[in-house]
Design a protein around this ligand. Structure first.
Ligand code: MLT
Ligand code: ZN
Length: 463
């Protein structure tokens, strides 16, 4: 270690793994945004809570910024280290620590992947129901940091609904146990909920108690083709009334074209403006008949043009791939991502306004719409025209986001539904949160992290 500050860290915490090779700095210094050039001073890979505390105390002594890091699948730059920070990766802390059958709680270290946590739950005959496409790489710590949502929120809610306890190292290195799995705990502020969604700015999550639940009854997966967004919302209301929905996901013909070009299999012969992949309980004949009846009613109303029900697990997975493969299929086009939320009843007006605005002001951009429509959560991805330079594209997209933020504000929406604010949406936080709220958030940050060492530059408009 040529840097004396790193030599000091190595001396204080002899078991701590530290990486300084250029390839490691790049690998751990970025997330899926790929917009910033990674430049951390080093990567620390603790294997225990004590080592995390060593790192945080050392950072306080040397006033070095820390970037807590999970699977780095984030899309808002929340895990980017571009300014000489130390990346604090929880990757080696990935164990299941215990299971309580009576409480149905799974204790995990923060670096466990969502998929490994889901598999551990299934081994006990239960499920951890938060779910989304990045499950194999993203970690529970990162899910907590952004209050991750995903594809089953209409049924199960967000990450914050499934966290019964958190173990956190604060910005000064103090270890706190929050809520400890209690179902009832009326003893003042719920700091656990404050940590969830704080994007690594208040503390380093080192462990979590995940609440588990019964697996849902056997489900069926349906792909629907629809004429427009009004029809999507009408079918959502119809299906929600008639069926027990687990997921209701929307995408456009443009999104489908990218997934098909990326290797997914076409499921319907024709081409249509909008699609929905929906999953619903179908335990018995009656539930399956109810689904068919709902489909027929939607078709009779002119809301559904075509559709298919998966007849096997493999077909169900193939239908899901049409939705879950969108992010990966867009990646080569360097998309500028917007992840917005409005109340479900505001979706048609909001969407109409934004579509008109984009078509009028930015006809040169290909815009891909998809998302968790049942939650009012839309992903608006603007693709970079091949001939356009990266910086000019981002500058142009930021101008779009200013307009988008104003429309969102008008409809009472949020500039981030589930990806977090990070670096990407930091300039627009004020469109979603009032000045009074932001001032209170800054005050909270000062209490947990007085030297402002935890993920500086993220979340707050002015740091
Ligand atoms: C998804 O739901 O697939 C991702 O959150 C959205 C995205 O890649 O923009
Ligand atoms: Zn999403």
């Amino acid at each position: 270690m040529t840097d004396p500050r790193l030599a000091d860290l190595a001396a204080r915490s002899p078991g701590l793994r530290l990486l300084t090779e250029p390839a490691d700095l790049v690998h751990y210094g970025r997330d899926w945004t790929r917009r910033w050039t990674p430049a951390p001073i080093a990567i620390a890979l603790p294997s225990s809570v004590a080592e995390v505390q060593d790192v945080v105390r050392w950072a306080n002594d040397h006033r070095i910024a820390l970037v807590p890091s999970g699977g780095r699948t984030g899309l808002s730059g929340g895990a980017v280290a571009a300014h000489g920070e130390l990346v604090l990766s929880l990757e080696r802390m990935h164990r299941v620590l215990g299971f309580s059958p009576a409480g149905r709680l799974l204790a995990v270290q923060a670096g466990i992947t969502l998929q490994a946590a889901q598999e551990a739950a299934r081994a006990h005959g239960l499920i951890y129901p938060v779910d989304f496409a990045a499950r194999g790489s993203c970690t529970i710590g990162g899910n907590v940091a952004t209050n991750a949502g995903g594809i089953r929120v209409i049924r199960y809610g967000n990450t914050r609904d499934w966290i019964a306890g958190l173990t956190v190292v604060t910005g000064e290195g103090e270890l706190i146990e929050l809520n400890r799995g209690l179902v009832k705990n009326s003893s003042g502020y719920d700091l656990r909920q404050l940590m969830i969604g704080s994007e690594g700015t208040l503390g380093v999550v080192v462990g979590a108690l995940l609440e588990l639940t019964d697996p849902p009854p056997p489900a069926q997966v349906m792909l629907l083709a629809l004429p427009d967004i009004d029809a999507v919302l009408a079918v959502f209301a119809l299906f929600r009334r008639r069926l027990s929905l687990q997921a209701f996901e929307f995408f456009t013909d443009v999104a489908l074209a990218h997934v098909l070009a990326h290797g997914a299999q076409r499921a319907l012969a024709g081409e249509y403006p909008c699609y929905v992949v929906t999953e619903f309980d179908a335990a018995d004949e009656a539930a399956q008949q109810a689904a068919l009846a709902a489909f027929e009613e939607g078709a009779a109303q002119g809301w559904i043009i075509d559709g298919v029900i998966a007849q096997s697990q493999a077909q169900a997975e193939a239908l899901w791939r049409l939705r879950e493969g969108i992010t990966e299929s867009l990646a080569p086009h360097k998309p500028y991502k917007n992840d917005v939320a409005v109340r479900i009843d505001a979706v048609p007006a909001f969407l109409g306004e934004i579509q008109a605005l984009l078509a009028r002001e930015y006809p040169q951009f290909e815009v891909v719409w998809f998302g968790h429509i049942g939650d009012g959560n839309l992903h608006i991805n603007i693709l970079k025209p091949a001939a356009m330079d990266d910086a000019a594209f981002i500058a142009e997209c930021e101008r779009v986001t200013v307009l988008l933020a104003a429309v969102l504000e008008k409809h009472g929406g949020s500039i981030s539904a589930e990806h977090g604010i990070g670096l990407v949406k930091r300039p627009y936080l004020e469109s979603t949160r009032s000045a009074a709220e932001i001032a209170l958030m800054c005050g909270i940050k000062r209490v947990f992290d007085p030297q402002r060492l935890l993920n500086p530059g993220k979340l707050f408009p002015v740091d």
